[in-house]
Design a protein around this ligand. Sequence first.
Ligand code: ZN
Length: 148
Amino acid sequence: MRIENLYRQVIMDHYKYPRNQGLVPDADYFVVHLNNPSCGDELTIQVKVTNHQIKDIKHQGSGCSICCSSASVMSETLIGQSVDQAFKIINEFYELIKGYPVNPEILKGDALAYQGVSQFPARIKCATLGWKAVEQGLLKLKEEQNNG
Ligand code: ZN
């Protein structure tokens, strides 16, 4: 099987069967809502951080297959990671999306399926929306902790 087909299957699988989808009424999670007007994607994410570790991520949104599937992959990739490692992984995902080589020690698994997106600049915002939402929330959390 060609690698492009394998990657397409990974993306479609996460689109059809999204992992960690659905929000929870729990104040222990921080919430970030982002949208991508160029494509019409809308996404809300919830992240629970305890002792500098990401314990859980939820997501709910509507949009294209790239955006929705990527949020699912993001949740699987980042749950269980330390906050510092999550920043590294998110940055590595941005490199992948831009078409740059990535460190396989940092970024692995289904996230690699999005490397083809670099050939479609209009879809870059779709692929990174969920990752940006988590990054934004983690940065805010870090700021609050530094100030408190
Ligand atoms: Zn989109």
